[in-house]
Design a protein around this ligand. Structure first.
Ligand code: ATP
Ligand code: MG
Length: 312
């Protein structure tokens, strides 16, 4: 039985290349060419698979790009459960400017979903048999999908006795938090939007996270603060991880890698501290290599030994 199923309402194919310099008008000849599956929940499932776990991915499939996405995931050993949509699956476009050490990330709008199309996802989730222990929804909502979509998924998970994990932003996150979810993984920007506050130091951020727990918006808040580390906040404890010192070569996939490692370990009944340690290592590991590559298991294992966790 699959313990973890991810939901990605807005998946993508990430097309990436690298050029020496970006200048207008001239033909910029890419030195490399790569296509990766993309989108929050899709990446979470891929990282879990890479780390040796098992996660299924639910996402909509449209047109030739959608077929390609499914094929690429098949090749990585991620089992897909899809539903068909009329629009073409989204593509994103990433360019590394090697000379300047900069990365450009173009996130394209993707297709609009009709009401019948997003409702089909809810039907599919409600009918999962057996239901997973962890349902992980991640990423933005496509045009046409109402802000309370994830709140509706949260309700289904609750009815089925599963843990609902959410990594998203803005009104979609706010609506699901109002419903109450098991775990959220806001970064600082998402935390600001969700709480409407502007904490000035790590302690104040933790107080804001505790408040989300205290008001029943989330049982666990995994607050990630990029190079400043992370905090895992529950009703009875705060775990703090000091950041790992690395030189980032990419900005892609830290959040997804963090969440994947965390949920994979929690689903394997590891302690919260051990799961958190691996998550911090996976987030940092995602940034070690240029391009769109996700974290490598050997890097995750090596970096995990450098993570210090304090109890607050
Ligand atoms: N520059 C960094 N140095 C060390 N670790 C990092 C760095 N950036 C991210 N991490 C690790 O990855 C985790 C998640 O990163 P971050 O807080 O940037 O999430 P995010 O904003 O959701 O990322 P994404 O842009 O991938 O959505 C951090 O908690 C940290 O453990
Ligand atoms: Mg994120």
């Amino acid at each position: 039985m699959t313990d973890i199923i991810t939901i990605t309402p807005s998946p993508a194919i990430d097309l990436s290349t690298s050029v020496e310099r970006i200048v207008p008008v001239a033909k910029l000849r890419g030195k490399t060419q790569r296509r990766d599956p993309g989108g929050g929940g899709v990446n979470v499932a891929r990282v879990i698979r890479r780390l040796g776990g098992d996660a299924r991915a639910i996402y909509p499939v449209g047109g030739a790009i959608g077929k390609l996405l499914r094929q690429l995931l098949d090749q990585e050993g991620v089992v897909s459960q899809t539903w068909a949509i009329a629009g073409e699956t989204r593509e994103n476009f990433f360019v590394d400017e090697i000379g300047a050490g900069r990365q450009y990330r173009f996130i394209l709008p993707g297709p609009r979903l009709a009401e019948s199309e997003w409702r089909e996802c809810l039907t599919l989730v409600a009918a999962l048999e057996p239901f997973p222990r962890y349902l992980v929804a991640s990423g933005s909502l496509p045009e046409g999908v109402p802000d309370d979509f994830y709140a509706q998924v949260a309700r289904i998970a609750k009815q089925r006795g599963a843990k609902f994990v959410l990594d998203t932003s803005g009104p979609a996150l706010a609506a699901a938090a109002a419903e109450g979810v098991d775990l959220i993984k806001p970064n600082l920007r998402e935390m600001r939007e969700l709480t409407g506050s502007e904490p000035s130091d790590a302690y104040e951020w933790e107080v804001a996270a505790r408040d989300l727990v205290g008001t029943g918006k989330a049982t666990v808040v995994a607050l990630t603060m990029a190079h400043l580390g992370a905090a895992l906040v529950t009703r009875d404890e705060v775990l703090r991880a000091q950041p790992i010192l690395i030189t980032p070569r990419s900005a892609v996939g830290a959040g997804d890698s963090f969440l994947a490692a965390l949920i994979w370990r929690l689903a394997s009944d590891a302690s919260r501290a051990d799961a958190f340690r691996l998550a911090v290592a996976a987030g940092a590991a995602a940034l070690l290599h240029p391009g769109t590559e996700l974290c490598r298991p050997a890097d995750v294992a090596r970096l995990a030994e450098q993570v210090t966790i304090e109890r607050g």
